[in-house]
Design a protein around this ligand. Sequence first.
Ligand code: SAM
Ligand code: GLN
Length: 297
Amino acid sequence: MTHAQDGNTIRNSIKWAITILKRSEIEFPEIDADTLLAYVLSCDRSRLYTNPNNVIDATDICKYKELIYKRAAHVPLQYITRRAEFMSLDFVVDERVLIPRPETEILVETVLKRAEDDKFSDKRIIVMDIGTGSGNIAVSLAKFLSNAEIYTNDISQDALTLAQTNVQRHKVIDKVHLLNGDFYNIFVGNIQKKQVDFIVSNPPYISESEWNSLEPEVREHEPWEALVGGKDGFCFYRRIIMGATDWLRPGGYLIVEIGETQANTVIKLMQNELYYDEIEVIKDLQGKERIISARAK
Ligand code: SAM
Ligand code: GLN
């Protein structure tokens, strides 16, 4: 019998993995080594700590090594485990969609806060979400806003196929309508103009030149069309802000995520329309300007 200390114990395997990940300058080698082993063994990370001398069988070691080498090649952890948490909900993700970011939770929370207003209490709330990706924003709003109906689009059919999986997993098919096509045309015939309570979007907002300096996890693995917002990064804001005036009902809100240096320009674009008031910038947990909310007059 193999002595536990000599074999591929949990402790030894994690130690090996951390060395490999550190060599590739992975940001959180300890967390990733634990998460991937827990994934291979289909257990909680806490079980690894309580059983460090358990021996891992050959098949699982082989699988673990394969995943560690993938992570060392800068494949994002969430694409390896095919899971990402957003608003405490579990989403399926893969290379067809952007991995939901914690900052985007602030966009969802801003909508939830605005929707508490009495004017929304007894009515059906119509939400338009531009660029659904994994469906994270749409599904979260469907889960947390009982009276909401969400219309959401994507230009990528691949992304919509995955979003559909998430809509089904979270049992919100009757509240989320997935549409394949460019905005705002795709919403014509699905929603009436001047009837939308919230237009929300986390659009692609990286400029073409910034894209080159993104970390390899993002640049080499996440979809380009989910990240890049034209030459200067503002191409989607121009279209969203101008077009929203046709769709929002008076008193409705436009709420968008922005890159940390984009607030002033986006505010100017909104002011130019003479259609919005109560323009407000909301910071993320790192103190960066991240969300802009504006009310239709
Ligand atoms: N909503 C998701 C999130 O917050 O993680 C995904 C956001 S990602 C930054 C932007 C999404 O917009 C991508 O899924 C991309 O395919 C989609 N997109 C790009 N151009 C589009 C267009 N013209 N119309 C609709 N969606 C578009
Ligand atoms: N926040 C993303 C990043 O850091 C960009 C997402 C977007 O373009 N909307 O790469």
